[in-house]
Design a protein around this ligand. Structure first.
Ligand SMILES: Cc1cc2nc3c(=O)[nH]c(=O)nc-3n(C[C@H](O)[C@H](O)[C@H](O)COP(=O)(O)OP(=O)(O)OC[C@H]3O[C@@H](n4cnc5c(N)ncnc54)[C@H](O)[C@@H]3O)c2cc1C
Length: 572
């Protein structure tokens, strides 16, 4: 078996992974970084981010205000010490990207433009028209090319962390082109594998967002934190789930029911012209309530509402949100200059993820770090504010890259080489067996049933019975997964094997979400229970932690860090 060694191993080449790789190289002149990614980096989901990235930029804004907005948005479940670190660094990171060549949109006087985003009390979201993720990722990718010490393994799928005596020293991954499994060894491993929105049927997430890194860390002994909090975005296209960016509301778009009324004005948050600028959890709930009251519009994919941009005019639409026009024309045949766009709530983001500290280190497994959407460092709590995720990737990608280098250079041992290679060989044998596996169950069928169980049990509104049924269904599906059959035993670009492995990861992630949701008997942020409609700080101002065990997940809790801001009723 080929053994490849680097000082730092990164799994993932999206925003968080590339930022970590650059930080590692800047932190030490001779460190070598191996970057394993199942996609070519520029195809990572970060590329599809549209609306922008938040960072304090103007005189009417302050670090204090960005912190307060983030904490309130999180329904007070975010760790306050971490949010302080995040807000202080976010605007510096965006300026750093500017210096690396990111083409931020600008005002006529030359200043970087900022726009409104939901739950942000002032304009604070930097953007590059509405292709922000593309430009940020491109900037990071080009910057990473300066370092020949970053060695890329594009289109390698990581299937197992190599952990011995509680210390992580590598990863087993196979080359998609050849099917060959290789053993990657390093003194520290950073997971930057993104989210897992694909546990749900309607999502803005790319097909590759299957929670792989969450499952890898979970099976290696790290807890998954706050998994029950899944963000629905209120403006996805029915059918495909393609995102129509929140920037469309930030720039002044209106949401309307079938009577043409701006229904959000009637709900208890966001008043007057700012009605559409409420946070995502609240607007998604309002849409569902409109549907239930019979005020939605009906289409082939169920109920929807209208996103009306007509009053903005063609010039503003083309200047500020051209991609929205392009998407609406191409995917629903509607030109938003003349007609409103049909939209509905779609799964967008996972607030939860791999438990880490403020430097990305995972408690319990030494030498393992995580950053970006795969991680839960805890700035998003129960509901993320739009445009906080891209800067999160930058801030905590950088911190974990630096922390991993510091750890690796403080005499972290190479680890028991033979034992680690042995683990990779065992993984090779497992994948070989999988390629020839005979069984009665089909991957697509299990995935479909998983999607529908999650939508029915853990959607925008939740209840004890439907969540309990969801937990049961996921458990049964896990049992059936053991009996899947694989029809394609070839090695070269075997997409069936990839799908089988991804489905295994989806099942782990879905189970953690459902178990966490069932046990949280309160409503907070994106977790809304009809049977427990109130927030209950006395019992649940705590992070949930789901741990892997052979006979089913274990759940416990940890207190939220409160520093200066006492939890208050969340009103807009
Ligand atoms: C459509 C859309 C629009 C968005 N818009 C915004 C926005 O405007 N502002 C904002 O702040 N946030 C936005 N978000 C959220 C934000 O873009 C993401 O949370 C963020 O980009 C995630 O970055 P990441 O680096 O953590 O992961 P990703 O960019 O998803 O990258 C994951 C990487 O991990 C690799 N990987 C995964 N599994 C494996 C494996 N098993 N083996 C090897 N490699 C693996 C992949 O190849 C990839 O390189 C948006 C999200 C979506 C879906």
């Amino acid at each position: 078996m080929e053994v490849i060694e680097h000082d730092i191993l990164l799994v993932g080449g999206g925003g968080a992974g590339l930022r970590a790789a650059i930080a590692a190289c800047e932190a030490s002149p001779d460190v070598s970084v191996g970057m394993v990614s199942k996609l070519y980096p520029m195809r990572s989901h970060t590329v599809s981010a549209e609306g922008g990235a938040a960072g304090v930029a103007r005189d009417d804004d302050s670090l204090e205000l960005h912190i307060q907005d983030t904490l309130k948005g999180s329904d007070y479940l975010a760790d306050q010490d971490v949010v302080e670190v995040f807000v202080d660094a976010a605007h510096k990171e965006l300026t750093q990207l500017e210096h690396w060549g990111c083409p931020w949109s600008r005002e006529p006087d030359g200043r970087v433009s900022v726009r409104f985003f939901g739950g942000m009390s002032v304009k604070r979201t930097w953007y590059a028209t509405d292709k922000t993720g593309f430009h940020m990722l491109h900037t990071l990718f080009q910057t990473s090319l300066k370092y020949d010490r970053i060695v890329r393994y594009d289109e390698y799928f990581a299937t197992r962390l190599l952990v011995r005596d509680g210390v992580c020293r590598g990863v087993a991954a196979f080359d998609l082109r050849t099917g060959e499994v290789k053993c990657f060894l390093g003194r520290a491993v950073i997971l930057a594998t993104g989210g897992g929105g694909r546990i749900f049927p309607f999502t803005t997430n790319a097909a590759v967002k299957t929670g792989d890194g969450m499952s890898l860390a979970y099976r290696a002994g790290v807890a998954l934190k706050d998994m029950e909090f899944v963000q629905y975005h209120p403006t996805g296209l029915p059918g495909t789930g393609i995102l129509i960016t929140e920037a469309s509301r930030g720039e002044g778009g209106h949401l309307k029911n079938k009577h043409g009324e701006r229904f959000l004005v009637e709900y208890d948050y966001g008043v007057g012209d700012r009605a559409e600028l409420g946070p995502r959890d609240m607007i998604s709930r309002a849409e569902i309530l409109e549907f239930e009251a019979g005020r939605g519009l009906r289409g082939p994919y169920g109920d929807y509402v209208h996103l009306d941009l007509r009053h903005l005019g063609e010039q503003k639409i083309d200047q500020r949100i051209p991609f929205v026009r392009e998407l609406a024309r191409n995917y629903v045949g509607i030109d938003p200059v003349w007609e409103p766009i049909p939209v509905r709530p779609v799964v967008h983001y996972m607030m939860g993820g791999v438990d880490t500290d403020v430097d990305g280190a995972t408690p319990g497994v030494e030498g393992l770090y995580a950053a970006g959407e795969v991680a839960c460092v805890s700035i998003n709590g129960a509901n993320r504010l739009g445009s906080n995720s891209l800067p999160e990737c930058l801030v905590f990608g950088k911190r974990s890259g630096e922390a991993a280098v510091a750890y690796a250079s403080q005499g972290a041992s190479e680890g028991p080489r033979e034992a680690l290679v042995g683990q990779a060989q065992a993984e090779e044998a497992r994948l070989d067996a999988l390629r020839h596996k005979v069984g009665g169950e089909k991957i697509a069928q299990i995935r479909r049933e998983l999607n529908s169980a999650m939508e029915q049990g853990c959607g925008v509104f939740r209840e004890e019975d439907s969540m309990a049924a969801c937990v049961d269904s996921v458990r049964q599906l896990k049992g059936r997964y053991a009996d899947i059959g694989i029809g394609d035993s070839s090695r070269i670009f075997n997409t069936e094997i990839v799908q089988a492995l991804e489905l295994g990861n989806l099942l782990d992630v879905a189970e953690a979400v459902a178990v966490g949701a069932l046990a949280r008997r309160e409503s907070r942020g994106a977790h809304t229970r009809r049977d427990y409609p109130e927030r209950n700080d006395a019992d649940y101002l705590r992070h949930s932690l789901v741990r892997f065990a052979a006979d089913g997940p274990r759940l416990d809790y940890r207190d939220v860090t409160i520093t200066r801001w006492q939890p208050q009723e969340r009103k807009y």
